[in-house]
Design a protein around this ligand. Structure first.
Ligand code: ZN
Ligand code: ZN
Length: 563
């Protein structure tokens, strides 16, 4: 029975280029998961889009003396290019700037208002006397009252992860001019989060299968009590408030961006000629997964579920496999200090699969992990090239040259060969279970272990030596090795789609890997092989110094792109 899987992935702010932290944190695991489920024959909808309404974007536009739309369009185009080159296989990657998104947001707003989950209140808002304007949360900076981090923002502390209101901060200051803001009364709408505490607690009861860090963070947060949160702000960039007297205010981004999962599903359905087609992914047995970084946990495990409970009739998250952070060369990634590896830069110089490999086998699933160029070089040369790429290349080249470009006929596969073939099937089953449970790092390791086993088998059998005395023995071990490659191209496809597609073609298979499904595709004697090329290229030691020099380099165009 085919399953129905909805995959929502964090909406990147369209105010700067993507970096490796984005890929490791959310986009790569989501893509592995989506590709795997498509191979399984399940119905998959994977959506996200550019978040174009946040204050990071208006701050940026003010800095560059341009319009928010200009900033958003620039980075949205760049995102689309990166996804295509990295192989992130969206069903739809849209933006929060669509008419459809505004309508969907306003519909949810009005329903929650009618149900009494949204209410109006006059509240003091930070106002900068120097800039003569109200300051949205992110325009306010101060010391975190929980962990004393001196640069906490008005909406969240990046150090301890707590969400907050600007008034909670100590030593308040305006982020534009540094002046201490005063508070002036302004009328706003609030989401009555406090009304959902009990419902969220009982919904979370059976989420024992969640990652421990995600569950603990969520329960701890809930234990502290949920505070009602303002969902409108005194800004002019965003979704308009569908109420009279609110012309100068907009729906605030944290409330509206998560609705993007739902509005994007509607947009996708409409584009596919079935306006109600989204329902299969949001109701009944469909399971919804949200791939995000850990800084986004409360928005996806508490606030979005509360909004869904209030709205009614839509599925709540089944799992939120949030990842921890990726550090760069042992230091916390910092866009402002240019301590980051930018995806467009990476793709100018290297292929996508080596990065997908490293970030899979070193994925920050249960704790932070580190990226270093030394490690990238080592993983590429000693593992990807030496273990997998060389295995594929030497077997394919040998078979192509010595057996008339065809898969040779085996005869009496011995116990060692049968054991390896059984291991291939077992690996497929193991990786199946691991990806299904969102254990991507372990899945990648299991797949690579099969490649190691195949190398050991080949070292023992040495078909290139055997061919001189016993051509049939050489044919048999070559057949076994080609069969293992046929398993590897499927098992590795969710992780390394580009090299898997190549291997699929070199092995002489027609059609797509996806059409064959999640199974070891059997290879037939006499099947015509295609002239192979190397799957990966060995990298020179010199890249480590070159790339490390780029890190944190002042005055680069990248660092200027940021605050
Ligand atoms: Zn803090
Ligand atoms: Zn100011």
């Amino acid at each position: 029975m085919a399953e129905t899987i909805f995959i929502g992935v964090a909406w990147p702010y369209a105010n700067g280029p993507l970096h490796l932290g984005h890929i490791a944190g959310a986009y790569l695991p989501a893509d592995i998961f989506a590709r795997y489920h498509r191979l399984k024959g399940n119905k998959v909808l994977m959506v996200s889009g550019s978040d174009q309404h946040g204050t990071p974007i208006t701050l940026r536009a003010e800095q560059e003396n341009t319009s928010p739309q200009e900033i958003v369009s620039r980075y949205h185009r760049e995102f689309l290019d990166c996804w295509q080159k990295m192989g992130i296989s969206w069903d739809l990657f849209t933006t929060t700037g669509t008419e459809n998104h505004a309508r969907t947001t306003q519909d949810i707003f009005l329903k929650l208002l009618n149900e009494g989950y949204i209410y109006k209140n006059a509240v003091p808002q930070a106002y900068c006397p120097q800039c003569q304007r109200f300051l949205p949360d992110r325009y306010v900076e101060g010391t975190c009252p929980y962990c004393q981090f001196p640069q906490a923002r008005g909406d969240q502390c990046d150090e301890c992860g707590r969400t907050m209101n600007p008034g909670d901060l100590l030593d308040l200051r305006c982020r534009i001019c540094g002046t201490e803001p005063r508070f002036e009364v302004s009328e706003h709408f609030f989401l009555r989060l406090s009304a959902f505490e009990d419902k969220l607690k009982s919904w979370l009861k059976d989420k024992t299968y969640w990652r421990q860090n995600v569950l603990n963070f969520t329960l701890g947060f809930l234990e502290g009590g949920l505070k009602d949160r303002a969902i409108t702000r005194d800004i002019d960039w965003g979704v308009t408030v569908p109420q009279l007297g609110f012309n100068n205010k907009r729906i605030y981004v944290w409330f509206e961006a998560v609705i993007g999962y739902f509005s994007a599903s509607k947009e996708w359905a409409k584009a596919h000629g079935d306006a109600d087609g989204w329902q299969q992914f949001w109701t009944g047995d469909a399971r919804s997964y949200y791939f995000i970084g850990k800084d986004n946990i409360p928005f996806h495990t508490l606030i979005w579920p509360a909004m869904l409970i209030g709205y009614g009739g839509l599925n709540l998250p089944y799992d939120v496999p949030a990842n921890e952070f990726l550090t760069i060369e042992g230091k916390k990634l910092s866009t402002s200090r240019n301590w980051a590896v930018w995806v467009p830069d990476y793709l100018e110089r290297y292929d996508p699969d080596p990065l997908r490999y490293l970030l899979s086998i070193n994925m920050p699933e249960t704790g932070d992990t580190d990226f270093s160029w030394r490690e990238f070089l080592r993983r590429n040369n000693d593992e990807l090239v030496a273990t997998y790429g060389n295995l594929a290349h030497r077997v394919l080249t040998f078979a192509y040259r010595n057996f008339d470009g065809m898969v040779p006929s085996p005869d009496n596969i011995d116990s060692q060969g049968r054991k390896l073939l059984a291991k291939a099937q077992e690996t497929l089953n193991d990786v199946d279970r691991l990806i299904n449970g969102c254990h991507f790092k372990e899945g990648m390791k299991a797949a690579m272990f099969l490649a190691q086993e195949a190398n050991r088998y080949l070292d023992d059998k040495a078909p290139w030596k055997a061919i001189k005395q016993d051509k049939q023995a050489s044919a048999t071990s070559t057949f076994v090795a080609l069969s293992v490659l046929a398993a590897l191209k499927t098992v590795l496809y969710p992780f390394l789609p580009f090299s898997s597609e190549k291997l699929h073609k070199f092995l002489g298979f027609d059609g797509s890997i996806e059409a064959n499904g999640w199974q070891v595709q059997s290879i037939a004697a006499g099947q015509k092989l295609r002239m192979p090329e190397p799957l990966f290229r060995k990298l020179d030691d010199s890249i480590v110094d070159e790339e490390t020099r780029r890190l944190g380099a002042g005055g680069s165009s990248e660092s200027k792109r940021y605050l």
